[in-house]
Structures are given as C-alpha cells and as structure tokens.
Write a protein of this length. Sequence first.
Length: 55
Amino acid sequence: RVYAGMPVGQLIYFEISGPIQRSYSAKSSAKYRRVSSHPTPSRMHLNFPRARRGR
C-alpha cells in the first residue's frame, strides 16, 4: 500500500562490464557491512506513527 506522505523511491540498475574494483560493503561509509545470505526486510514502516501502521 502507498499512503499520503510516504516516500517513494526509484531504483536504477547498471550492467557492469568489467571486474568490480571494490564492493559496497568494503567502503568505509557502507551502511550494511555484515555479509548475509538473506535479504534485509524493509523497515519503511518505522517512518510512520504507530496509529497509521494499522492491522
């Protein structure tokens, strides 16, 4: 569902054409540095007051 005031993003993918020089997790500014074989669930619901989360 999309609610009023909810941020909406855009994803753009680029195809790489050579070897990767440095992975994102290796950067000092990396947000997610732990390697995981599982996807990270969305935390978007934390941006909204509890009353609007419903159900």
